[in-house]
Design a protein around this ligand. Structure first.
Ligand SMILES: Cc1cc2nc3c(=O)[nH]c(=O)nc-3n(C[C@H](O)[C@H](O)[C@H](O)COP(=O)(O)OP(=O)(O)OC[C@H]3O[C@@H](n4cnc5c(N)ncnc54)[C@H](O)[C@@H]3O)c2cc1C
Length: 536
């Protein structure tokens, strides 16, 4: 029986399911090549741009002018070795590896130059995320922050879409795609729900650009890599929105697509409950201060210490496999103000609004506004003048796992005593690492001087309870190098394409098990542009 509300849309050349940053860039590039495109986005129009609307805006680049300016000599070989060490690809990861190689080779012309041509600019010095340790990670800084952050990139991409809107680009917001139409073995259209009821739409090429599936904690738990991280914590935080629920992954799988490595997720160890939560379990990922002490749930220090800024996946494993799946950072207000950052455009107004003076002020004097906000608004943060009082407040937050005050006092005291002996005598791995970190100017300006945390310090003490916060889906819908979705046997599934996070940022997981950071937005731009070239 025909549903009276059922609408059938006329065919366009390319139909994109999802309206995040990869969809917007792909649509504008495809339209610029003379073809007709329709975007179907489940959220209202203000959501166009997807997660990128709040992204920090760091892009992984190799051999950039920003690196050269500070004397960093990077190369394909160095980056490829770092990438492989982090990704831990298996022999079956042929498409994933091919995308990773291609990204490193072409990120300057295809990503950086595209951004520059669209009016965007980078902060002059590259940041050093996921620093190498024991030869694994970034051996040089490669995280290039955009002035304007994610919202700046969305504005630029929307400008491209608006040039063609109503002409070669049709935007259908509030339209959720639920399934793919298959005719004669090829994907020819989609079915879903729009504001007026069910709809059906067809096109020559169907593209999935629906982002990841980490907004769906049930699916996250299902795919959780128990061999690495143990059982998923009961009170996991979600760092992305519930509309990123994996519905399009399921639709692709139902049509015969290969889904690969969904167990590879990017989970941050340093999450706090969002104080402006938009949904239950909404978490905010903070960039953990490097000079804070990372403590177990009972307030004792991890041994060997967990160091902030290194292998995030390993940090998560150590925490989720400890007696309780959360941790604490213990520091003081001065360190917090100097080193705190949140991975969100909303909490980085100086970078988002391109206020160079404000950035300089924060670097020189610390971001006291953000530190205050965290102390005042986050229910995971407590402050007190002495360690025993701090311990009491920490225990009040987690009464089922009381703080061992003696251990807290002992471990903070031992660390402070080593700082007191002077930097030439450091043996503590964290202090040795900090000495090294401070040798790179880009990090030195963001790192507190060597001063005791508690002993004799006049700054109030602070403890932050940290829970794992799930952010990126590193695996995804497998594609070949032309963005064509493949079946599990490797043959092409005609008519279907995938880009962006839905495609694991390229091939179904070009990052493998870990990201060197900035490869996500970079991968979205790269796959979107590659698709446009393929469909031209
Ligand atoms: C706070 C934050 C900070 C970040 N910072 C960085 C950073 O600094 N560097 C970096 O590289 N990456 C960063 N990321 C990750 C990066 O922003 C994302 O990986 C990227 O934006 C994903 O883009 P996308 O277009 O593939 O998917 P998304 O942005 O997830 O967009 C997918 C869209 O598809 C829609 N959709 C989903 N299902 C359906 C359906 N069934 N029907 C119709 N529409 C559907 C969704 O509503 C959404 O709008 C950050 C992410 C967050 C949340």
């Amino acid at each position: 029986m025909t549903n009276p509300n059922h609408e059938t849309r006329s065919a366009v050349d390319v139909l994109i399911a999802g309206g995040g940053i990869s969809a917007l860039i792909a649509a504008a590039e495809i339209a610029a090549k003379g073809r007709r495109v329709a975007i179907y986005e489940r959220q209202p129009r203000e959501w166009l741009g997807g997660q990128c609307r709040d992204a920090f805006g760091g892009i992984f680049l190799v051999g950039s002018p920003e690196q050269r300016r500070v004397g960093i000599r990077d190369s394909f070989d160095l980056a490829w070795a770092d990438w492989q060490g982090y990704a831990e690809f298996g022999p079956e990861d042929v498409h994933q590896m091919a995308w990773a190689r291609k990204y490193i080779e072409r990120c300057i012309p295809d990503v950086r130059e595209w951004l520059i041509a669209h009016g965007l600019r980078f902060v002059p010095v590259a940041n050093w995320a996921e620093r190498a340790e024991h030869g694994r990670g970034n051996r040089v800084p490669r995280f290039h922050l955009l002035w304007g952050c994610g919202p700046g990139l969305v504005t630029a991409a929307l400008r491209g879409v608006r040039r063609f809107e109503g002409g070669r680009i049709d935007l259908h917001c509030d339209h959720r795609v639920d399934e793919l139409i298959i005719e004669g073995g090829a994907v020819t259209g989609v079915r879903g729900q729009g504001p007026a009821g069910p709809f059906e739409a067809r096109a020559g090429h169907i593209v999935i650009a629906g982002g990841g599936r980490t907004g769906n904690l049930a699916k996250v738990r299902e795919s959780w890599p128990r061999d690495v991280w143990g059982e998923p914590p009961r009170d996991l935080l979600a760092g992305v929105w519930p509309n990123l629920d994996g519905r399009l992954h399921d639709a692709a799988a139902a049509a015969g697509a290969s889904l690969t490595h969904l167990e590879n997720m990017w989970v941050y160890a340093a999450g706090v409950a969002h104080w402006q939560a938009e949904f239950d379990g909404h978490g905010l990922a903070i960039i953990p201060p490097k000079s804070a002490l990372w403590m177990r749930a009972d307030g004792s220090r991890f041994t060997p210490p967990i160091l902030a800024g290194y292998d995030t996946r390993e940090a998560v494993a150590r925490i989720t496999r400890s007696a309780h799946p959360w941790s604490w950072m213990v520091l003081n207000r001065d360190i917090l103000a100097k080193e705190i950052a949140v991975q969100s455009a909303r909490y980085n107004p100086a970078f988002r609004d391109h206020r160079i003076g404000r950035v300089a002020q924060d670097l020189l004097f610390g971001n006291t506004a953000l530190a205050e906000l965290l102390i005042r608004r986050s229910r995971d943060v407590v402050a007190a003048p002495t360690l025993p009082e701090l311990a009491a407040k920490m225990t009040a937050l987690t009464p089922d796992a009381p703080i061992d005050t003696a251990a807290l006092v002992r471990d903070v005291g031992a660390y402070d005593a080593e700082i007191g002996r002077g930097r030439k005598l450091f043996t503590d791995p964290q202090l040795v690492s900090l000495r090294n970190i401070r040798a790179f100017l880009g990090d030195k300006v963001r790192t507190a001087p060597f001063k005791p945390i508690a002993t004799g310090a006049r700054s109030e003490l602070v403890a932050i309870r940290l829970r794992p916060v799930v952010r990126k889906t590193l695996g995804g819908i497998e594609t070949d190098e032309a963005c064509r979705v493949v079946h599990p046997d490797g043959s092409v599934l005609p008519g279907l394409y995938a880009i962006g996070e839905a495609a694991g940022f390229g091939g179904g997981g070009m990052n493998g098990k870990r990201t060197l950071e900035g490869t996500l937005l970079g991968g979205c731009i790269f796959t979107a542009r590659e698709l446009a070239t393929q469909l031209a």
